[in-house]
Write a protein that binds this ligand. Structure first.
Ligand SMILES: C[S@@+](CC[C@H](N)C(=O)[O-])C[C@H]1O[C@@H](n2cnc3c(N)ncnc32)[C@H](O)[C@@H]1O
Length: 312
């Protein structure tokens, strides 16, 4: 605890205390992100043995049979799964199960202080959003933290959040209610199959760490391209994965997700597509879907992410 700078101690080693300036990070409503990340470890580690087993049996063409997992891993039912940087189970399509409170906390602790002051200016949309009348869609909104923050900032626009998880949407509705927002609504809809009548409906579509988490990212991107208005914009916040692994950020979070993701991608999410995710692959998918202008924007305040700003 002392070497982790969580508590302090005197030279003799017989007195221990928490520094005043650390109290809020340790005990407040929004603890330090590093502390929240550690809480994911027990969730991930329960998949460790199964992940190794499945890694041995998985080839490029083939995932081991679903049946095989149920038989050998039935005892995992009802356990928690980690934050979304890669965890889906089959069933109802809700692989975050009881982990949503933790996912919400992670999003808040990682992003809240930067969302409006640092992130928003990168989108080039502030004036339009302030003027109002924009239809905004968040694909894979989880518990709705980002979209609710934007909805509060821009009361004259209409916001819609979709997620495949019923649990997440249930919580998102609660969050909107707690914040007294009446310009945001949520629906259980897959990003890979949005309603036909949404074609060209949205002036701004965004996704936040969610496309790499879709089972078929390319399908989701094609759907997003369909629902963006001709003069609209899609902003995709994603994990930063330059083609050359030597160029990866050195953020502890990149390292954390690189390791932790392996446990759940094979066992829970069963979608090894994510291993192929790179910035270049993302840009290719975006261009193929019809976005002719795709800009890669660095987000140094979220050091393991990168932003793609896309127009038709
Ligand atoms: C890492 S979480 C991010 C959630 C939220 N955007 C945030 O940043 O807090 C990824 C989300 O993508 C959702 N997701 C995965 N596949 C999806 C699909 N096909 N359609 C809609 N949402 C999906 C998951 O349920 C999960 O809530």
């Amino acid at each position: 605890m002392v070497s982790g700078k969580i508590i302090e101690r005197n030279a003799e080693g017989d007195k221990f205390w928490i520094a005043e300036e650390n109290l809020a990070s340790l005990t407040g409503n929004e603890p330090a992100a590093g502390l929240v990340y550690n809480r994911l470890l027990p969730m991930f580690s329960q998949h460790y043995k199964q992940a190794i087993k499945m890694a041995k049996e998985t080839t490029d063409e083939k995932m081991p049979e679903e049946k095989h997992i149920e038989q050998s891993h039935g005892h995992e039912h009802g356990h928690q799964h980690g934050h979304g940087h890669g965890h889906h189970h089959g069933g109802h399509g809700d692989n975050h199960a009881e982990a949503y409170p933790l996912m919400e906390l992670l999003s808040k602790t990682t992003y809240k202080k930067h969302l409006i002051p640092d992130f928003l200016p990168l989108l080039g949309l502030r004036e339009k959003l302030e003027n109002g009348g924009m239809e905004v869609l968040d694909v894979g909104c989880g518990t709705g933290f980002h979209i609710c923050e934007f909805a509060r900032e821009f009361p004259k626009c209409s916001f819609t959040g979709i997620d495949i998880s019923e649990n997440a949407i249930k919580r998102a509705n609660e969050v909107a209610k707690e914040m007294n927002l009446n310009n945001v609504k949520f629906e259980v809809i897959s990003g890979e199959k949005m309603p036909d009548e949404w074609t060209k409906k949205y002036n701004w579509v965004f996704s936040w760490n969610s496309i790499h988490d879709h089972k078929h990212p390319k399908v989701a991107i094609n759907e997003i391209s369909r629902v963006v208005a001709a003069d609209g914009r899609y902003t995709m916040l994603e994990i930063n994965k330059p083609g050359n692994p030597n160029d990866y950020g050195t953020s502890p979070m990149s390292t954390f997700w690189a390791v932790a993701g392996i446990f759940t991608v094979l066992t829970v999410r069963r979608a090894p597509e994510v291993f192929k995710w790179t910035n270049a692959a993302a840009i290719e998918m975006l261009k193929e879907s019809g976005f002719s202008n795709v800009q890669t924007v660095k987000t140094p305040f979220f050091d393991f992410n990168v932003l793609f700003v896309c127009t038709k």
